[in-house]
Ligand binder design. Structure first.
Ligand code: HEM
Length: 478
């Protein structure tokens, strides 16, 4: 790279250059350079890891190179799976998943001999899997499927399928999230593969293919001879139906469909569950914030002067009537941005000149260190402090800040042409779950198992120790 990166910490923040093996890498830790990288058309590719290629992700949206095929997938995504009308049409499913999660939380709370301790991670993970299964495959599993047995003490076929899927998603995460030196020094893989990444990918792919193809076949059978075009589908149709109804230039091969569908399951499950767990951890650690949120929830769900005992929380409520909830989610995204450096890196397709005179050569991997930006004391006052009010104070320049990619001071979903297409779905889902969990229960730190905010960098940045806390039922019914 030409141009100076030595000397002042400011230019290091702008861009740090290094080599990982034989791969040139730059890391941007300031909002201006981050914007130039993320929105540049010369950075619309992603470096693809060996594991991602082996797991068929090179034909999925997140890793497909910039070009006709990737643009087609983005178009299908924005006009179908992630279109506002489709997200809205799946609201009912989201509420069902959420109600099932609350029942499962309550069961665990009641069973606990210490007075109501609940380990939240498993619940949000199952809810996330079910939620995305509903939108993508049009299929939901019974909550608590792990305990589900018939009268002969045999696990049902459905429960087996759900458990297999959950296990496959977990294995995929480990493989994709693992740091693999052979991504940077390709010949190394012949000698050094301590995590057996190649072997495990080879074992996982046929299992994924078999399961996803089975679901596609079920849809084909259900559709039968009745061939519906994309315009004839209902808004709440699932993504498999959408892909099967595409025609002409938009039609995908079956293998491409498997890759696209598998990626959606994969991404949708991980990010939402991790974000929800971080939000709840911060609420346990900040009881006054939790209490203020409860006040907001009560006032919107059962406003004064009403006589109904409403417990329904709609998307409209969480998106438009609960600013404090929105601020809590933003603040959590700031303090714990889930997307770490490596998994969402970009790749330059030609030499790129930046406005500060630096030139990044073609084929350089570029990463944005969003964590550094969201903890930069020159941008954020008291950056370590969890303070949702910073987004609500009309005199603050963070008032109403947009987190969806237009303001690089907080861009947890990336920005530019490869910005996360699932951002609205992810945000509304997490808001719905947090609202319900906090409306039904007061969450208190378990003295024997304190909340540990240590981060673990995998595919996303997750809590190292699963969150467990006391769930005390609130008297929400008037
Ligand atoms: C709520 C939490 C979520 C967070 C924090 C998150 C974060 C991100 C980030 C940082 C990127 C990279 C953007 C860039 O390069 O500029 C990304 C891309 C992507 N996300 Fe998300 N995401 C979330 C939810 C979802 C959901 C629910 C889905 C789908 C069901 C999804 C699907 C994708 C896909 C397919 C890409 C790749 C887009 C492309 O390369 O064209 N994400 N996400």
């Amino acid at each position: 790279m030409s141009g100076s990166t030595t000397g002042s910490s400011r230019s290091l923040r702008q861009l740090m250059a290094l080599s990982v093996g034989s791969t040139p890498v730059v890391v941007a830790s300031d909002p201006h350079t981050a914007r130039e990288i993320l929105t540049s058309p010369h950075f619309a590719d992603r470096p693809i890891k060996r594991s991602a290629r082996s797991l068929m992700f090179d034909r999925a949206m997140g890793f497909a190179p910039n070009g006709t095929y990737w643009r087609l997938l983005r178009r299908i995504g924005s006009s179908h799976l992630f279109a506002p009308r489709r997200i809205l049409a799946h609201e009912c499913g989201r509420q069902l998943d959420c109600a099932a999660m609350l029942r499962a939380v309550n069961r665990e709370r009641v069973r606990d001999s210490r007075g109501g301790v609940v380990v939240l991670r498993n619940h949000v993970q199952v809810a996330a899997l079910n939620n995305i299964m509903g939108s993508v495959f049009g299929k939901r599993y019974e909550f608590g499927f792990c305990d589900e047995r018939n009268n002969n003490n045999v696990i049902s076929e459905e429960a087996m399928e759900a458990m297999e899927l959950q296990e496959m998603v977990r294995e995929g995460f480990e493989l994709l999230g693992a740091f693999n030196w052979s991504d940077f020094i390709p010949w190394l893989s012949y000698f050094y593969d301590p995590l057996r990444v190649n072997e495990r990918c080879e074992a996982l792919v046929p299992r994924v293919r078999k399961l996803v193809k089975k679901i596609i076949d079920e849809h084909r059978q259900r559709r039968g001879l009745e061939k519906r075009s994309i315009d004839q589908l209902n808004d709440d149709s699932d993504f498999v139906d959408v892909l099967l109804s595409l025609d002409g230039e938009e039609k995908l091969t079956e293998d491409d469909m498997v890759s696209v569908l598998w990626e959606m399951i994969f991404r949708g499950t991980d990010a939402t569950a991790i974000l929800a767990e971080w939000v709840m951890a911060e609420l346990v650690l900040n009881p006054s914030v939790q209490a203020k949120l409860q006040e907001e929830l009560d006032s919107v769900i059962n406003p004064p002067n009403t006589t109904t005992n409403n417990t329904t929380i709609t998307d409209e409520m969480v998106s438009n009537k609960m600013p404090y909830l929105g601020a809590i989610i933003k603040e959590t995204l700031r303090v714990h941005p889930p997307g770490p450096l490596l998994s969402w890196a970009r790749l330059s397709t030609s030499d790129v000149g930046l406005s500060n005179g630096m030139v990044i050569p073609a084929h350089t991997t570029a990463m944005v260190n969003m964590w550094a930006i969201t903890h930069d004391p020159t941008i954020w006052a008291e950056p370590i402090k969890f303070k949702p009010e910073r987004f609500l104070d009309g005199s603050s320049d963070k008032y109403g800040l947009d987190v969806k990619g237009s303001d690089m001071r907080l861009a947890p979903f990336g920005a530019g042409r490869r910005v996360c297409p699932g951002k609205n779905l992810g945000l509304v889902t997490v808001a719905q779950w947090v609202a319900q969990l906090v409306h039904r229960f007061k969450w208190v730190e378990d003295p024997k198992n304190k909340v540990d905010l240590t981060e673990l960098m995998k595919l996303s940045c997750e809590m190292k120790t699963p969150l467990s806390a006391l769930a005390l039922p609130r008297n929400v019914v008037k």
